[in-house]
Write a new protein. Sequence first.
Length: 134
Amino acid sequence: PKGEWTNAGDGTVVKMAEANGVKGSFEEQRERKGASKISSFAGETMKVNNRTYYKDKVTAAFKVTNFRVEKAALSVKRTFSGEMGEMTLKPAKVKDIPPRDFGINLDHELTWEFELDAGETREFKVECTRWFAM
């Protein structure tokens, strides 16, 4: 980033969009069980304060590539809502945070810390189950 510097040997945080030589992508997909119309939805539902919610599985895919000629130490942080499921890479830190949607889904801040060798790409997935308003 412009106007910032770090002493030799020290670490710094740079947003992936601003990092030179390291590229990351994130994609999230919902697996809706049932038809698109509320009246014909086949999955699990619940009612809270006169509002109907349906439960759905969410799969998030991360891909990080180091284009630099040297090793890069990375810390990838992402917040997820819902009940956490399978993960292909265990996070270094998991922090529960206050829910944003009036307590329907629990929120979790996950942080993965790892190193990528020069030219290395790492992909990992996270699954969770989340309630969505109909």
